[in-house]
Design a protein around this ligand. Structure first.
Ligand code: NAG
Ligand code: NAG
Ligand code: NAG
Ligand code: NAG
Length: 400
């Protein structure tokens, strides 16, 4: 128990140190921008490229074409990450060394096919397995986001999200940017997971990451994950897992299994509600049905063991549901309120404006868009459409 509180205190003190640092050094513009209405379409150069990953191949070969030239990029990102996260992880290099020393023994405790996929990535990039494993777990932390499921006037469901990543990970005073966020942007890819030459599901990933943070199963459902900060913090779960207590699942692997196996919204909902995980999280789920009694959109608030709350679209707003990184029944941290501006811009857009373009505009309005934003993803379940755009926040822009 003392570990848990220590972790929580550490995160809190980090926030305060950073805020103090920022009050004296950062230029935080004290303003909330009007909702933009001209951010779509973004320039072609911001378009995220697509790769096919063939699930019929042996796991060790699936990612080779995606990662083979990216070893140095992943390495640089890991080094940057390690240099800023040592306070939190208490020596992430020690974790990597431990994984490498344990080697095959450790390997066998990783669930398949993920163990072989990561081994294949290590082989293709020349990275150590420990480094690939570490790269695959750190998205369970520091992922600060905004997700929205919305229904247009005809009843079609859209699901959109910003993925903001890199909080506390290296503020570059000269450039007014987060170093990890900057390094991540060129790694953003769309992955089309196929079996028998047909799309099973599509996701937006960072090259080298094999879990799922944003995905669509065409015609059936859409899923995004936002981090949930909690005193029951994820890094405690990670430590326990490394030390041998393996009852919980990695969030990213759970979501990947859900995308591969669930045959609809309700089945996906049961899976992400009940499976024990390493870290708390929010799952935002959209289905394909908005007529009749149940509109298929919800936010699932997760503790490590199971959901503590399931919030359905009809009890949220009726035509949309929105989640950032705070429990919907409590107020956001005053320094980090992206929720109020996002609601404001949804209201300004109205249900008549729900579309790929409308949602992209909402997610491009500062501070919903901020210096941590790596990409905006936009999905429409019936058509199976997924598109993603790299985001850069023009000055003046707040750091998170
Ligand atoms: C709301 O939308 C209208 C256009 O419909 C625009 O003129 C107005 O500036 C918007 N308000 C805000 C606060 O963005
Ligand atoms: C590692 O990659 C090489 C090709 O670069 C391949 O021949 C070999 O089979 C791979 N090893 C494993 C364990 O996948
Ligand atoms: C800051 O930005 C400039 C140009 O955008 C770039 O060349 C430089 O490498 C950046 N500095 C750091 C420390 O990232
Ligand atoms: C909607 O999803 C259900 C499963 O939840 C599926 O049976 C049904 O075929 C889907 N509808 C369409 C139009 O694809």
């Amino acid at each position: 128990m003392s570990n848990v509180w220590l972790g929580h205190k550490m995160l809190r003190s980090l926030v305060f140190v950073f805020v103090f640092f920022c009050l004296t050094n950062c230029q935080i513009p004290p303003f909330v921008e009007e909702c933009v209405d001209n951010a779509y379409p973004p320039p072609e150069s911001h378009k995220v490229p697509t790769y096919v990953v063939n699930l019929d191949l042996p796991p060790a070969q699936r990612w080779t074409h995606v990662v083979k030239d990216r070893g140095p990029q992943i390495k640089k990102l890991l080094d940057e990450f390690k240099s800023f996260s040592s306070d939190i992880f208490n020596g992430s290099q020690a974790v990597i060394n431990f994984i490498d020393k344990e080697g095959p023994a450790f390997d066998q405790t990783l669930p398949q096919p993920f163990a072989d996929e990561m081994r294949g990535i290590a082989n293709a990039t020349g990275l150590k397995l420990g480094e690939v494993v570490f790269f695959n777990v750190f998205y369970e932390f520091f992922t600060v986001c905004t997700s929205i499921v919305a229904r247009d006037v005809q009843g079609s469901l859209y699901h959109a999200r910003n993925l903001d990543f890199g909080l506390f990970l290296g503020w570059d005073i000269k450039n007014n940017t987060w170093s990890v966020t900057e390094l991540l942007r060129p790694m953003v890819i769309i992955v089309d997971f196929q079996k028998g030459g047909e799309t099973v599901f599509k996701s937006v990933n960072f090259a080298g990451y094999i879990g799922i943070l944003t995905a669509i199963k065409p015609k059936l459902f859409t899923l995004t994950m936002n981090e949930r900060f909690s005193k029951d913090g994820g890094y405690i779960g990670l430590m326990e897992w490394i030390l041998g207590e393996r009852s919980g699942q990695w969030m990213g692997f759970l979501t990947r299994q859900v995308m591969e196996t669930a045959t609809g919204y309700l089945e996906a909902k049961v899976l992400v509600t009940n499976k024990e995980m390493l870290a708390p999280a929010y799952f935002i789920l959209g289905g394909n049905k908005t007529s009749g009694l149940y509109k298929q959109g919800c936010v699932i608030t997760r503790a490590r063991e199971r959901a503590i709350d399931v919030w359905d679209m009809e009890s949220a707003n009726g035509w949309y549901i929105l989640e950032t990184n705070y429990d919907h029944w409590s107020t956001p941290l005053f320094l980090d309120d992206r929720r109020t501006p996002a609601h404001h811009c949804m209201g300004n857009m109205t249900q008549q404006g729900v579309s790929i373009k409308g949602l992209h505009n909402v997610l491009s309005s500062r501070p919903v868009l901020n210096k941590l934003t790596t990409y905006t993803a936009l999905m429409q379940v019936d058509s199976g459409h997924l598109e993603a755009w790299l985001q850069y926040c023009p000055e003046p822009c707040i750091p998170w």
